[in-house]
Design a protein around this ligand. Structure first.
Ligand SMILES: CC(=O)SCCNC(=O)CCNC(=O)[C@H](O)C(C)(C)COP(=O)(O)OP(=O)(O)OC[C@H]1O[C@@H](n2cnc3c(N)ncnc32)[C@H](O)[C@@H]1OP(=O)(O)O
Ligand SMILES: CC(C)C(=O)C(=O)O
Length: 527
């Protein structure tokens, strides 16, 4: 075999098979950005496109070959049917790459021969041999795929593979084109090829597979155990129909279960040598780039790169992870380039996670305070899917650190609507017990109320967040207003709930101003 037989070659086909996914069309700049990131990720081969398919595809393969196919860069490959015009286009497109590969294919299953190609087995063998030899006139690196190998007669596969290797194919790729095989069948197919193709040691066995039954990655791992040394895959598993085997899943399976796979690659089980050249810390970034540029969203529960892949929401798991990550994590979030795992606070969370997050936000609560706040937290979590840090601050402030009652709202009244200027009148009792009334106009009723309050309270501040949401359902829902004010480098929050959102807005603002006012009074006393 002409490679380090103890290492797995990662062949990325995001830009070819991945782009065959409906709706995933990428422009030239986007393809180049992905190719550069794939090079940073450390894939060995980039299948940059199908040069004959269109002038745009030709140009993309060609520019990627020029830009990314450098001495230290990956091999740049173009797909080509077993036709001279396709192979010539592929050869021209990859020519600028230091390492260029032509990947030619022709189907071998009876159903494809009969209906699609309308050719006999002997005719297909002859075409394959001739086209591999033709490709070989352009580059020494030629890959051949018997399309739909998963449904092909293995005896026919042995024959055609022997012939194409004789003609110069350096990689023979076995595609489960329609995602039909099961892991043990696919493993047996690879083993059969290893044992029955006489000159197989002159080529690398590769696999390519689709996810029609969700088995592509499992099939590939079985293939590795039986002699496959190149895996064709895509970022986020995108590709034709249900997609291809996902690169991130394969690479991380080989990374996390290295000791399990080592012996199948002829290594001792405890060998520390990586099984692939991929820099796993680039995986998350690459996944985001591909998702953003193709517009294909990654499902939240997707292995490795889904937003929930390193998130824990339930109390028992959170408690375990906070005590030792290994209780519920088989890999570190940092190993794929995330900063850390995520403890998501929601209705299934427990006290340990709640206390820990509050601690991170700077709140040290006594046990009785924590219990009180925890009851309120569960109550809010029943109504909201996820609890943010600001919710937590509001809960603690409301339950534990009651806003000092300095300014008190007595009256708020607004006039607003179409063709009128929003006007607010407010009456407030000052900390000294004086009753003050003032009015202001604003861009809307809340703005007018806040301006009127500012005229009375006169504490400079910057409003950094105003949010209103309904806690209960229906037209008479309770509106919950949360605001945050900045004064110098400090933030003061205020929270209030009322069926009248203007009243809730005014009260939330007064609550936050009271916190700020109290802070300023304390500062004055300390001087
Ligand atoms: C399993 C895979 O993913 S294979 C890759 C699939 N990707 C693509 O098809 C994307 C790019 N394809 C294209 O742009 C176009 O299909 C082209 C430019 C390649 C060909 O377009 P057209 O000339 O209009 O042919 P069309 O797509 O309608 O039909 C395919 C032809 O190729 C033949 N063909 C299919 N596979 C092969 C092959 N591997 N080798 C030789 N001929 C083949 C078919 O029998 C058919 O021939 P026919 O026209 O004589 O009946
Ligand atoms: C061209 C081959 C490798 C392919 O994409 C498939 O069979 O799915």
């Amino acid at each position: 075999m002409n490679q380090d037989s103890e290492c797995i070659i990662i062949f990325d086909t995001t830009l070819r098979d991945g782009e065959q996914c409906p709706g995933a069309t990428l422009n030239m700049d986007e393809k180049l950005a992905i190719a550069k990131q794939l090079a940073r990720l450390g894939v060995d081969v980039i299948e940059a496109g199908f040069a004959f398919a269109s002038p745009g595809d030709f140009e993309a393969v060609n520019i990627i070959a020029q830009t990314v196919g450098t001495v230290d860069g990956p091999t740049i490959c173009s797909l080509a049917r077993a036709r001279k015009e396709d192979i010539k286009a592929a050869a021209d497109a990859i020519a600028p790459a230091v390492k260029g590969r032509i990947h030619t294919f022709i189907a071998t299953s009876d159903i494809h021969l009969q209906y699609k190609l309308q050719k006999t087995r002997n005719e297909v063998i002859a075409i394959a041999e001739e086209m591999v030899a033709y490709a070989k006139t352009f580059t020494k690196d030629v890959e051949f795929s018997p399309e739909d190998a998963g449904r092909s007669d293995p005896e026919f596969l042995y024959q055609i593979l022997e012939k194409v290797i004789e003609a110069g194919a350096t990689t023979v790729n076995i595609p489960d084109t329609v995602g039909y095989t099961t892991p043990l069948e696919f493993g047996a197919l690879i083993k059969g090829i290893s044992n029955n193709v006489p000159n197989i040691n002159q080529a690398i066995i590769s696999v390519h597979g689709h996810n029609d039954l969700g088995l592509a990655v499992a099939n590939f791992l079985e293939a590795v155990k039986n002699g496959a040394r190149q895996l064709e895959c895509t970022i986020n598993g995108i590709g034709e129909r249900a997609g291809n085997a996902a690169l991130e899943e394969l690479v991380m399976a080989l990374y996390v279960r290295k000791q399990y796979f080592n012996p199948f690659l002829g290594r001792s089980a405890d060998s520390e040598k990586p099984l692939t050249n991929v820099d796993t810390r680039q995986i998350y970034k690459t996944s985001r780039l591909v998702s953003n540029l193709t517009g294909l969203l990654v499902q939240p529960n997707k292995a490795i790169v889904g937003t929930n892949a390193f998130a824990h929401e339930s109390g028992i798991h959170q408690d375990g992870v906070l005590k030792n990550k290994l209780t519920y994590e088989i890999m570190d979030a940092q190993s794929i380039g995330l900063t850390d795992n995520q403890i998501v606070l929601g209705k299934h969370s427990g006290r340990n996670a709640f206390r820990t997050r509050l601690g991170e936000l700077g709140y040290e609560l006594k046990d009785n305070e924590l219990n009180k706040a925890f009851v309120r937290f569960k109550d809010v979590a029943d109504k909201k899917k996820e609890i943010s840090d600001w919710d937590l601050e509001a809960i603690v402030n409301d339950e534990i650190q009651q806003a000092p009652d300095l300014f008190r709202l007595n009256l708020v009244q607004v006039v607003c609507g179409c063709n009128s200027r929003a006007t607010a009148t407010i009456t407030i009792y000052t900390p000294e017990g004086k009753e003050l009334t003032d009015a202001a106009i604003g861009t809307g009723p809340v703005d007018a109320v806040y301006k009127a309050i500012n005229r009375v309270v006169n504490v400079p501040n910057q409003l950094v967040e105003f949010s209103v949401k309904s806690v209960t359902a229906g037209i008479d829902a309770i509106g919950e207003v949360t605001i945050r004010l900045r004064y110098e480098d400090m933030v003061f929050s205020g929270h209030s709930a009322n069926t009248d959102i203007i009243v809730a807005s005014a009260q939330a603002y007064i609550n936050s101003l009271n916190r700020l006012y109290s802070h300023l009074s304390n500062q004055r006393k300390q001087r």
